[in-house]
Design a protein around this ligand. Structure first.
Ligand code: AN7
Length: 397
């Protein structure tokens, strides 16, 4: 493990989350010397790329995460004048990309021999951790911001047997609290400040270039909350670039909700650090985050890749969510739709060129947030169970 600021190095078995010397973020250095031919004929899960995962192969805890659909979106792509693909992360075992990070994170917890794992979460991290902790037989504590977690996610965390605590405060405050507990050694923290989480999530980058026949797309667009995923995907594509598997690199493009946009604000002002948003607010509760722990890594990913960041309103998010569902048949939760809303905005203002090859990462399943889905629709029409009543409705004259 290496500090991204001062370069201090640590062993992989040390339980630390930030640099002891300077307090900055840690990352794992991973440079296996392998040919990409070894991936041929392997099962399509993220463990297809196991040589790039810094854990003991004999201890892997997996629900066969990864290998998610990579859907070409001809209808929406044609409408926008681009070549569009959507990576459907809602197809992971618990319905979000977090499963990739948790598989590696829990595997590490097993290697370390810890008994209790924990996280703070806007929802998906807790749902995923609860499931993987159950599979590994670990005690699991999750802290959720009171009243701000979509119901599907809450149900999952509880149903998989996590000890769920509702915090009087937002996600950032919950994370601060549980981090302090982890530093006392009371539990192993599995938020994305733990660099092993990002090692799993970088497999999204691996799969995108593999899906495209060992080519980088022009651009990858994704929602940004705690900023782990954009950092992880950039790490993944860079590792495959350094290994000589691809020639080019994608422009990393992060989308945030207007009311929770510390990263986008920093990029707009060309800054290398963020200003914390103290009262983040958005309908996309997954990314209702004001003090992203991986901000520094995310800014580096955006600047190094010649990428950008953009903000979208809640209405733009809901419109994009509906558009993707109704033109492509892909149902995603609001946070995930931020990537599509951001894409539409960037095409409209000319930041994305016509003909660009764009991959949007849609991070979580529609049914994670059933209330938002139902509220966006009109109630079903009630009819008698008769042919006459039915034909009167579907073929009115
Ligand atoms: C659907 O679950 O932070 O920028 O605690 O659930 O890596 O944080 C969720 C984040 C995007 C943002 N899309 O990813 C949590 C949590 C969905 C998400 C993000 C989240 P990061």
């Amino acid at each position: 493990m290496k500090c991204i600021t001062c370069g201090e190095q640590y062993g992989l078995d040390e339980i630390i989350y930030t640099c002891i010397k300077c307090g900055s973020t840690l990352e794992i250095v991973c440079r296996p010397d392998v040919s990409k031919d070894i991936f041929n004929c392997r099962k399509s899960t993220m463990w297809k790329y196991k040589e790039f995962m810094p854990v003991d192969e004999s201890k892997i805890v997996s629900l066969e995460e990864g290998g998610t659909p990579f859907c070409k979106c001809q209808n929406l792509g044609d409408k926008l004048g681009i070549e569009l693909y959507v990576k459907v992360e809602g197809s992971n075992p618990t319905g979000s990309f977090k499963d990739r990070g948790m598989s590696v994170g829990i595997t590490k917890a097993v290697e370390l021999g810890v008994n209790t794992v924990g996280c703070a979460s806007t929802g998906n991290t807790s749902a995923s951790l609860a499931a993987y902790a159950a599979r590994a037989g670990k005690r699991c504590i999750v802290l959720l911001p009171s009243g701000k977690v979509a119901l599907g996610k809450l149900a999952q965390a509880m149903f998989h047997g996590a000890e769920v605590l509702s915090v009087n405060g937002n996600f950032d405050e919950a994370l601060e609290t549980i981090t302090a507990l982890a530093l006392e050694g009371q539990l192993y923290l599995l938020n994305s400040v733990n660099p092993f989480r990002l090692e799993g999530q970088k497999s999204i980058g691996f799969e995108v270039v593999d899906d495209l026949g060992w080519k980088s797309p022009d651009r990858i667009i994704l929602p940004v909350g705690n900023a782990g995923n954009i950092s992880a995907i950039w790490k993944g594509v860079k590792e495959f670039h350094e290994a000589g598997f691809i020639e080019d690199l994608p422009m990393m493009t992060g989308i945030q909700a207007v009311g929770a946009a510390p990263i986008a604000n920093a990029v707009r002002n060309g800054k290398n650090s963020i200003e914390i948003v103290t009262n983040p607010e958005t309908i996309a509760t997954a990314i209702r985050i004001g003090a992203p722990v991986s901000a520094q890594k995310a800014l580096r990913a955006i600047y190094e890749s010649n990428g950008m960041a953009e903000t979208v309103t809640d209405d733009e998010i809901l419109d994009a969510q509906k558009l993707l569902a109704r033109t492509e048949g892909i149902g995603v939760e609001p946070a995930s739709a931020a990537s599509i809303a951001g894409l539409i905005k960037l095409v409209e203002n000319g930041e994305v060129d016509k003909g660009e090859q764009v991959v949007c990462i849609v991070t979580g399943h529609l049914l994670k947030d059933p209330n938002t889905a139902i509220n966006a629709c009109v109630e079903p029409v009630e009819i008698e169970a008769s042919v006459e009543a039915l034909s009167k409705i579907i073929n009115p004259r």
